[in-house]
Design a protein around this ligand. Structure first.
Ligand code: ADP
Ligand code: MG
Length: 636
């Protein structure tokens, strides 16, 4: 509990201690010689002790012309009850309302803390290597290119490359994945992972604000500010709702007695006109207490917040409640092939028709690709098994969806698919092998091709099944690769629909066409790896980037970021969103239902203040507890 919460708790306890004997006296359970005006004055002590801040806020609200809020409702209702002589009820309502407030602030604080614990990736310090030995400094003081030392058990404070030592890293805080990742010299390590076994010396490659840990925390912290439609609805609802109930209460207080006096119906139950007025005024106060909308106002944003937190604990970063809500309505999922359904680790399976030696052709191709981040270029570089010297390369031009043009050792090298060859009017020999064919042209003449093959991810098929089970009825794969490769991947993953040989622009057109085929209220998600599919990611209703750890482009372009590259997380994300929205709906129906019922009872004079406050605080507590369930999404 914070200091403020503790103070509120003490105020509640002290007010309750004062309140109980006074209540017993006022109800006649304990006989006392005090006159009733003295009892009234004594009641003011627990009332003000418990509720002075509510009264002050209500007063400030009136002065700032933002009259209608919960504070106003509570102030009017309790003051009204006290003026009407129901001191006990008035004070009790204030007291219990504060119990509810305390509970709610503890619950909200707790779930906020839970979320930051789930995302426990903020590094506290870095061991900077200096001439005088290791020095413990703030991570944001470390310059790019410095050497830091990470001991076992410490968090990696900045992204970098291992220069010495090997170890296992626990990346579960980043990815939700519990298997450790082994690293060796030359490999990159990301801030936020925990070094488990060996001492590592790391050369940093980013500044603190640009590091993975900071970016992810930024993203998670800003997520709550993008509101869902349900939240926007509640804000609008509260704006109209409170004035409407106030008018309703006023109408009840005036029209009830007027009706009785004019028609005479029910008049016999009252000793005189004064009794009629005060009875209906009290009903109006009860009405106000019941109508307090705090259950909704608190529980709905809390549900979304908890849902976002629960998802991030699973390595699924959702950039806002609006996207969480959108995910639940996704019925069409469109996939990019490379890096999404397949590993994106192409293995070279053959080099054909080359006038050069195979190794020489690979060397030239790999050099031409030296600046590209495309999975194909990464694979060619590792297949070439020799140090790439970027000084041999100049005039690099990457044509998205086609390939690369560059000058290597002064020779013009073109590396890409048949579209690139057609663009350059180079006559390339077709290849009978299945696999992705990378054609190479040197100095404008065709000089052979490299056949590479990708592997389908282990869980791609399972991912499709779980998406279908989650109610996604249309699954489509889009790829820039050749028809034969696309067909094979589709068959192996159990996909019925695919489109092949698409340029990045064609993918946008395809997605637009699929969007137009969605029924109204149903949404389309696109899943890609963020490499040359940023336009599609932003065109889809929900753009999901996967394997995004360390890829800035994907983190920028997507609405949902899957930290590791497990395609089963897509269905998981959808299920989390469904659960969250179900809980929101439960809370709306439950609180409005109970309130509606109590309002009717109050109008009929069948509910007293005790019932009113019990309904109000009780519904709020239940709604908040229900909302917190959104945090627990581990086994969906
Ligand atoms: P996908 O839809 O499978 O993700 P891309 O749109 O990234 O594919 O690329 C489509 C095709 O363009 C690839 O299959 C490849 O033939 C060619 N291509 C794209 N970038 C490169 C590159 N850097 N080097 C060689 N070929 C490339
Ligand atoms: Mg791609």
């Amino acid at each position: 509990m914070t200091k403020k919460q503790k103070k509120l708790l003490w105020r509640i306890l002290a007010a309750a201690v004062l309140f109980v004997p006074l209540y017993l006296i006022s109800e006649g359970v304990v006989v006392s010689p005090l006159p009733s005006w003295a009892v009234f004055l004594l009641f003011l002590a627990p009332y003000l002790l418990a509720g002075h801040d509510i009264l002050r806020k209500a007063f400030l609200g009136i002065r700032n012309r933002q009259v209608f809020d919960e504070n106003f409702l509570m102030a009017i209702a309790t003051l009204g009850a006290i003026v009407l002589g129901e001191y006990g009820e008035g004070v009790a309502v204030m007291l219990l309302y504060q119990v509810g407030e305390l509970f709610q602030s503890v619950a909200v604080g707790k779930s906020r803390r839970n979320i930051s614990a789930l995302m426990d990736i903020r590094p506290d310090y870095a061991n900077l290597e200096t001439e005088a030995g290791a020095e413990r400094v703030d991570p944001d003081e470390v310059e790019i290119g410095s050497i830091i030392v990470v001991e076992p058990g410490e968090k990696i404070p900045l992204d970098g490359v291992v220069v010495e030592g090997s170890s296992s890293l626990n990346t579960s805080a980043l990815t939700g994945e519990s298997l450790p990742r082994d690293v060796q010299p030359g490999e990159t390590v990301l801030s936020g992972s925990v070094n488990m076994t060996g001492v590592l010396r790391v050369r940093t490659t980013t500044a603190f604000e640009e590091s993975t840990a900071s970016k992810i925390l930024d993203l998670v912290e800003n997520a709550a500010s993008r509101k869902s439609r349900s939240e926007a609805f509640i804000t609008r609802f509260a704006r109209y709702y409170t004035p409407v109930v106030c008018v309703g209460a006023l109408a009840l207080a005036v029209l009830g007695p007027v009706f009785i006096m004019f028609t005479g119906i029910g008049r016999a139950a009252y000793p005189g006109p004064g009794a009629i007025w005060s009875d209906w005024a009290l009903r109006a106060c009860t009405f106000l207490v019941i109508s307090c909308p705090c259950a909704l106002v608190i529980s709905i944003p809390l549900s979304f917040f908890a849902g976002l937190g629960g998802a991030s604990g699973q390595g699924i970063l959702i950039k806002g409640s609006n996207y969480l809500e959108a995910l639940s309505r996704v019925r069409t999922v469109v996939f990019d092939k490379t890096g999404t359904l397949t590993r994106g680790n192409f293995a070279v399976t053959g080099v054909h028709h080359s006038p050069l030696e195979d190794q020489k052709l690979l060397e030239l191709a790999a050099h031409a690709e030296c600046h590209s981040s495309h999975p194909i270029s990464r694979s060619l570089r590792s297949a070439c098994r020799q140090e790439i010297d970027p000084r041999r390369v100049s005039d690099v031009r990457e044509i998205s969806g086609e390939g690369i043009l560059a000058r290597v050792d002064g020779v013009e090298v073109a590396v890409g698919n048949e579209k690139l060859m057609r663009r350059l009017e180079i006559d390339a020999k077709p290849c009978s092998h299945t696999g992705t064919i990378v054609y190479v042209a040197l100095g404008g003449t065709y000089s052979g091709h490299i056949v590479i093959e990708d592997e389908i991810k282990e869980y791609s098929r399972e991912a499709m099944d779980s998406l279908r089970a989650a109610g996604v009825d249309r699954l489509v794969m889009l790829t820039g690769d050749a028809e034969s490769v696309a067909q094979k991947v589709a068959a192996d993953t159990g996909l019925r629909e695919y489109r092949a040989r698409l340029l990045p622009g064609d993918k946008v057109a395809c997605v637009e066409q699929l969007l137009s085929q969605c029924r109204s209220g149903q949404l389309l998600a696109f899943v890609g790896d963020g490499i040359n599919d940023a336009p599609v990611l932003s065109r889809a209703d929900v753009g999901i980037a996967m394997g995004a750890l360390g890829s800035d482009a994907a983190i920028e372009a997507a609405d949902v970021v899957l930290m590791d590259d497990d395609p089963r997380k897509i269905a998981r994300a959808i299920k989390i969103s469904r659960k969250c929205l179900r809980i929101v709906r439960e809370n709306i129906v439950f609180s409005l239902g109970v309130k509606g019922l109590c309002l009717v009872l109050a109008a009929l004079g069948l509910a007293n203040m005790w019932l009113a406050i019990a309904a109000d605080v009780g519904v709020m507590i239940l709604a908040v507890l229900n909302a917190i369930r959104c945090l627990f999404v581990k086994n969906l």
